[in-house]
Write a protein that binds this ligand. Structure first.
Ligand SMILES: C[S@@+](CC[C@H](N)C(=O)[O-])C[C@H]1O[C@@H](n2cnc3c(N)ncnc32)[C@H](O)[C@@H]1O
Ligand SMILES: [Mg+2]
Length: 396
């Protein structure tokens, strides 16, 4: 993360140490500061792998869009007081076509709620991570006073991240006013850390302070442009006893909800399994043809054992690791029965794209039974050795 400075003609009145530190310069961050804040959250998600995340004051849902790709997340919730923002951005959170073709391993539900973060809604209980990015400075003093009791006392997630402007950085900007017209306050590091430490102590969290947006050389003493507190619940995830009495408190209005296809859903698993299986069987069948053709060209009339050893997998562009090769080679080989080509289920399950689905032979048999033809003992998938689309130049 870098900070870019650009000399500009700056006639604005600047406060205190601005002129001394950084005369006539405008500060630009690279990547932009909002992206650095999102990156900070992404890094936390990478490290802690939370299953349930709520983004309070989610605005135009940009952070949620970045988070939805994480395989560990199963519930992603956004809350904002601005209903219009939620309505106009919700559809960006729905699954793409590619997410049906290559579904996630685990379910994911995304819900956007319209409501205020100072209202209690029991659907946000039991979360692993709650993010409040550039939110608290938009709360008036009454709401700010209620915020800790709701978020830390009632919702009581395992981790909370709060970011807010560091007012000590402001003199480096060309103007001295608050950074946004809707900000009710901007705190120095001392003010934020005093507030956050009291909150942490009151609700049994520990808090660490950091930030994003490094100050320019010579101005290190002002600290990060955005200050961040990361709160971790002492004693882990278990919800506090105070939550049990109001478990059905639904005050937020759900304005958008979407569920992602995943391999946890039987119909999705079946779709992927049958699709990958058909590709693999067809690939093996064509490879068998190729081998027969080569033999014919060599005019070798002698029948030999069919060779299903693993040559370069040109058709699928697959390159196997040594472990994958060993798994495939140790599984039963495809075979021919009259004009039928048979691939044992165990062989199919050895290929990486089917192996990753983590189904055993019995489950596979049950899932594919009504979609493919099985051998008489149901141990192999059976297809015609030749079909009308096969191209045999030698025949023409
Ligand atoms: C500066 S924006 C930050 C948006 C987003 N977190 C981001 O970093 O891109 C602040 C957001 O908080 C929302 N907000 C303000 N007061 C709120 C409240 N009491 N409850 C829920 N959301 C609130 C605003 O509508 C706005 O979308
Ligand atoms: Mg703000």
């Amino acid at each position: 993360m870098e900070l870019e400075e650009e000399i500009i003609q700056c006639n604005s009145v600047v406060g205190g140490n601005f002129e001394e530190v950084c005369p006539e310069k405008v500060i630009r961050f690279k990547p932009p500061l909002y992206k650095q804040r999102y990156e900070f959250v992404r890094d936390l998600v990478d490290r802690h792998e939370p299953k349930k995340i709520a983004d309070l004051g989610c605005g135009d849902t940009k952070l949620l869009k970045l988070l939805k790709i994480y395989p560990c997340i199963q519930l992603l919730v956004g809350v904002d007081i601005n209903e219009e923002k939620l309505h106009s951005n919700g559809h960006h959170l729905s699954p793409y076509l590619g997410e049906f073709v290559k579904p996630r391993d685990l379910d994911l539900t995304i819900i956007l709620y319209h409501g205020s973060v100072v209202e209690r809604d029991s659907r946000l209980l039991g979360f692993d991570l709650i993010t409040c990015i550039e939110l608290i400075e938009h709360l008036d003093s009454d709401d700010l006073a209620r915020f800790p009791e709701v978020v830390f006392g009632y919702l009581s997630p395992a981790m909370v991240v709060i970011s807010t402007p560091n007012s000590e950085f402001n003199p480096l900007f060309p103007t001295v006013a608050l950074r946004d017209a809707d900000h009710k306050f901007e705190w120095s590091r001392m003010e934020f850390q005093t507030w956050a430490s009291q909150v942490a102590k009151c609700y049994n969290y520990c808090v660490e302070f950091t930030g994003v947006g490094t100050p320019p050389a010579g101005a290190e003493h002002v600290g990060y442009c955005t200050q961040i507190g990361v709160f971790t619940k002492i004693g882990g995830k278990a919800a506090g006893s105070c939550v049990s009495e109001d478990h059905d408190q639904h005050v937020y209005k759900a304005v958008y909800m979407t569920s992602y296809p995943s391999l946890q859903q039987e119909k999705v698993l079946k779709f992927v399994l049958v699709g990958e299986l058909l590709i693999q069987v067809e690939h093996l069948r064509l490879r068998h043809h190729r081998m027969l053709r080569e033999r014919k060209r060599e005019s070798d009339p002698k029948p030999r054992d069919t060779d299903f050893s693993l040559g370069p997998d040109l058709l699928l562009g697959a390159v196997f690791t040594e472990a994958e090769k060993a798994r495939i080679e140790n599984s039963p080989e495809p075979f021919c029965e009259g004009d039928k080509f048979c691939v044992p289920l165990q062989r199919l399950l050895a290929y990486p794209k089917l192996h990753r689905l983590r189904v055993d032979e019995e489950r596979m048999r049950a899932l594919i039974a009504d979609s493919v033809c099985l051998s008489s003992d149901s141990s192999a998938v059976m297809v015609d050795l030749y079909n009308s689309l096969d191209y045999w130049p030698e025949d023409s």
